[in-house]
Design a protein around this ligand. Structure first.
Ligand code: BGP
Length: 460
């Protein structure tokens, strides 16, 4: 069977400023929470490799955009670093950053690659974190100002904007499970961070729409379909609560302009509702997106709790459910994530049936592999497993589209092996391999495959 995708399908990949730019504390850029955390606890980072060690996109942007072109990308996502553009968090704009982002955007456009620009990829400026980060409504306002500066400076050429990448991750990582700075475990504070993020999102969407720039604005969510262990009502209820907390707490405001009543009632019952201000309801309603980015890596397998929760234990999502390992599941052993290709189709079906079939695209999907060293005689990495991974996901995506889903593209995570949060370079994801010592870039076999797939607008 031949899998042909719709005309003008977006074939590209995704990346982010903090994972590729390098020059973390130079050219006018101020520190983010990652620089600070690395300074405080370098051992939390794999092999002690911190955020300064990247593919140095800040200097190699031209070469990298030539590679994107070589890979036949028609779209490419990266982010603008708030700490680079406005080093004090609010106020003066760093002109070196303006020059850099202008050059990148101009070159992408010149090469026929549509720039997709995201405004926040986990990289809170440290000056803003010192004021409470997303817990502080003033920081929310400062983010909206930053968004406006970006629209003003680059909106003539950027027509696809995103307010946040995976807003649930700083909530989980920073305020629930201790794997991101500021390492807090406190549900109420997590709920506040989640709520304020969506207020910030809505302010940016509202401001962008008021500009009438002729572009689109969206949000990028890592949707994790929650599958119950059985159809037993207790398992179904548990999976529904996981879905409410991790998916619908962002998906519903982004697509419906309001929170699910079930979630509000649950948080209220347990005294965990964040504080709202007058006018928030209307603001959230103005935050409905034009385009949804879907990052899909893995599903959630959920069952009801085997034992009752101790009511004195701190309130956590796990009061309501437990994760379990589905027997026979396929795994990516390096990242410890289940591989379940059908998940991509299930997400599209849910969006079509329950959310009015919004315009969307797969904004991340990818396979991180440790010790990628299957070189051929020309030094090219023979990553057939990555080709299988992408092809199998694309087949399910194709099925969703053929049943009517408005899915407009597919972006792989990622273009070039990059630095990643606490994992540093442990898992390599790129279509292009990076030699960290020499900065040499070499297209992998999967990159060649993707190039041909994009040229053919599909595969056999
Ligand atoms: C997503 C992030 C990316 C990227 C990717 C791979 O959650 O948006 O920034 O890092 O996951 O995850 P990791 O690098 O942690 O393996």
């Amino acid at each position: 069977m031949k899998y042909v995708f719709p005309e003008n399908f977006w074939w590209g990949s995704a990346s982010s400023a903090p994972q590729t730019e390098g020059e973390t504390l130079s050219f006018g850029k101020s520190a983010t929470i990652w620089d600070q955390w690395y300074k405080e606890q370098p051992t939390r980072f794999h092999n002690g490799v911190g955020p300064a060690e990247t593919s140095t996109f800040y200097k190699n942007w031209k070469q990298d955009i030539a590679l994107l072109k070589e890979l036949n990308h028609n779209t490419f996502r990266t982010s603008i670093s708030w700490a680079r553009l406005i080093p004090e968090g609010r106020g003066a704009v760093n002109q070196e950053a303006v020059t850099f982002y202008n050059q990148v955007i101009d070159e992408l456009v010149a090469q026929g690659i549509k720039p997709f620009i995201n405004l926040f990829h986990f990289d809170m400026p440290m000056v803003m974190q010192q004021q409470g980060g997303w817990e502080n409504r003033d920081v929310v306002t400062a983010y909206a100002e930053f968004a406006n500066v970006c629209f003003e400076l680059f909106g003539d050429r950027v027509k696809h904007w995103f307010t946040f990448n995976e807003p649930v991750v700083p909530v989980e990582g920073g305020y629930l499970y201790d794997f991101h700075y500021p390492n807090v475990v406190d549900f109420k504070r997590a709920a506040t961070v989640a709520y304020h993020t969506m207020i910030a999102h809505s302010l940016a969407v509202k401001a962008y729409h008021q500009r009438n720039d002729g572009g689109e604005i969206g949000i990028i969510l890592n949707l994790t379909p929650s599958y119950p262990r059985s159809q037993n009502p207790a398992d179904v209820k548990a999976a529904n609560i996981a879905d409410l907390m991790f998916n619908r707490s962002f998906l519903d405001p982004a697509l419906r302009g309001e929170y699910p009543q079930e979630l509000v009632a649950l948080l209220k019952e347990h005294g965990q509702l964040p504080e709202c201000q007058a006018g928030d309801k209307e603001l959230l309603a103005a935050g409905v997106v034009d385009l949804l980015g879907i990052n899909y890596y893995q599903p959630r397998r959920i069952k009801c709790r085997d034992s009752l929760v101790n009511p004195d234990s701190p309130f956590m999502p796990e009061w309501f459910f437990e994760a379990y390992e589905m027997p026979g599941r396929k795994m990516n052993p390096y990242r410890g994530w289940e591989i379940y290709e059908q998940g991509i189709y299930d997400i599209l079906t849910n969006l079509r049936e329950n959310y009015g079939n919004p315009n969307c695209y797969i904004s991340e999907n990818g396979m991180g592999v440790e010790n990628e060293q299957r070189f051929d005689e020309n030094g090219q990495i023979q990553d057939d497993y990555r080709i299988d991974f992408v092809r199998d996901h694309l087949k399910w995506l194709h099925k969703g589209i053929s049943e009517g889903s408005n899915c407009l593209g597919y972006h792989m995570w990622t273009f070039i092996d990059n630095w990643s949060w606490c994992n540093a370079y442990k898992n390599r994801y790129g279509f292009v391999s990076l030699n960290l010592e020499t900065q040499q870039r070499t297209i992998k076999k999967s990159g060649e495959w993707y190039k041909a797939t994009s040229a053919e607008n599909g595969f056999n």
